[in-house]
Design a protein around this ligand. Structure first.
Ligand code: NAD
Length: 229
């Protein structure tokens, strides 16, 4: 059986990484337009760098939770029959042991050269960063997909959605496109669809089945049942 799992900010909430839409529509006190758009970066790169520098630094204080570990275990068991797509820019899936994660919205621990497009592993601050090591000239920006930009790996994701037997969405509000439309795509190709989220998502009615609760409880229980334990 081929499975596609889409994860969102909710899967990392129990690790202590704040979600985006739960509290007040602000992301760590910022309006999305001010920190997560190309226009914001052009207008005020310093504020945008400080925001992502703080998110990157905060990764050192959090650990993967039971939901990340359960998905890593599923990958160990079914290998490339699992396609794990995350909207998250944290690295908690990898730190739980997942080896083939598609980061459709990019990664905090990566920098992108505005000139040559090279992606470089990045742990520290991007404020006053040296020029790109690849072309020697380009300015580096956070390697995250901002609102209005095209997500990474859309072709590979589309292929996986077309081929899967089961599509599972975990911890996502269903408000950010194109990820919010994956359930309809998978369903159109004949997959069964399951939502695992704290509360019903915006698109909960698109799923064959929805279970509501904490990812740290729901995901390990779902994986155990799937692998027959
Ligand atoms: P979102 O914040 O819009 O929605 C999160 C969803 O998770 C909500 O529906 C909420 O009810 C649910 N949730 C909260 N706690 C949960 C828990 N313990 N168990 C299960 N579900 C829980 O997140 P989104 O849909 O991923 O969209 C936000 C965008 O912001 C994404 O594009 C993402 O790149 C970015 N973002 C990323 C991170 C991260 O990398 N961890 C954090 C915040 C925002």
């Amino acid at each position: 059986m081929k499975v596609v799992v889409l994860t969102g900010a909710g899967i990392s909430a129990e690790s202590g990484v704040p979600t985006f839409r739960d509290a007040d529509g602000l992301w760590e006190g910022h309006r999305v337009e001010d920190v997560a758009t190309p226009e914001a970066f052009l207008a005020d790169p310093e504020t945008v760098h400080r925001f992502y520098d703080a998110r990157r630094a905060a990764l050192t204080k959090v650990l993967p939770n039971a939901a990340h570990h359960a998905l890593a275990e599923l990958e160990r068991l079914i290998g490339d029959h699992l396609t794990l797509v995350t909207q998250n820019i944290d690295d908690l899936h990898e730190r739980a042991g997942s080896e083939r994660v598609i980061h459709m919205h990019g990664e905090l621990r990566s920098a992108l050269c505005l000139r040559c497009g090279r992606r470089t592993r990045w742990e520290g601050s991007l404020l006053d960063a040296p020029p790109c090591a690849g072309c020697g000239k380009g300015v580096l920006r956070p390697d995250v997909v901002w609102f209005g930009e095209v997500p990474y790996a859309m072709e590979a994701i589309g292929d996986a959605l077309a081929e899967c037997d089961l599509f599972v969405s975990v911890g996502t509000s269903g408000a950010v496109y194109p990820a919010a439309s994956f359930v309809q795509q998978a369903r159109a190709y004949g997959a069964r669809t399951l939502e695992l989220n704290l509360v019903p998502s915006v698109g909960t009615h698109f799923f064959h089945e929805a279970r509501h609760g904490r990812a740290g409880d729901l995901v390990p229980a779902w994986v155990s049942r799937l692998i027959g334990q």
